[in-house]
Design a protein around this ligand. Sequence first.
Ligand SMILES: CC[C@H](C(=O)O)C(=O)SCCNC(=O)CCNC(=O)[C@H](O)C(C)(C)COP(=O)(O)OP(=O)(O)OC[C@H]1O[C@@H](n2cnc3c(N)ncnc32)[C@H](O)[C@@H]1OP(=O)(O)O
Ligand code: CO
Length: 149
Amino acid sequence: MKLGRLNHIGVATPSIEESIHYYRDVMGAINIREPFDMEEQGVKVCFVDTPGYDGTSGTQIELIEPLGADSPIHGFLAKNPAGGQHHLCYEVEDIDDARKWFEELGKRILGPTRIGAHGTPIFFLHPKDMMGQLTEIMQTPEGDGYWSN
Ligand SMILES: CC[C@H](C(=O)O)C(=O)SCCNC(=O)CCNC(=O)[C@H](O)C(C)(C)COP(=O)(O)OP(=O)(O)OC[C@H]1O[C@@H](n2cnc3c(N)ncnc32)[C@H](O)[C@@H]1OP(=O)(O)O
Ligand SMILES: [Co+2]
């Protein structure tokens, strides 16, 4: 398996609205995308571009706020009420190959492969098997050209 780009840093927050003010007014972020709900994933999501992000490549901050009683990030926010760094998301060329790779290494995969916030297949790896880091693996969007260079 080949490690791809760091697509985004997931940052849990009790309030995306408050976090937008922070990234805009304290951190001087220029491009803050429209928040959107992902009910099936139990989160409201808002992407903040970091310098160098050009719409397809570069790293974004992915702000995530709990959505619904079953949100998977309630536990994290109970332990970290102000929020904070929640997960890292790396790109891969083929999500099925990557899933097989981690399964063969005995890493716990959290739930099924499903469609993530960028509209491509993703899965999560348990932090306890990944040096303490909740890790999201995401397939690079079609037509991106990253893997053919
Ligand atoms: C999909 C849309 C979007 C995208 O990019 O496409 C997203 O990224 S959505 C992100 C939100 N969704 C998820 O995080 C799904 C995967 N997460 C989970 O299944 C849970 O959050 C889980 C299992 C990682 C943690 O569950 P819970 O909070 O209920 O806590 P546990 O007591 O079960 O945790 C066990 C153990 O892990 C530690 N932990 C929990 N969260 C994290 C974290 N983010 N980073 C590092 N470690 C974490 C927790 O403290 C426990 O450790 P212990 O030493 O036993 O206390
Ligand atoms: Co994510």
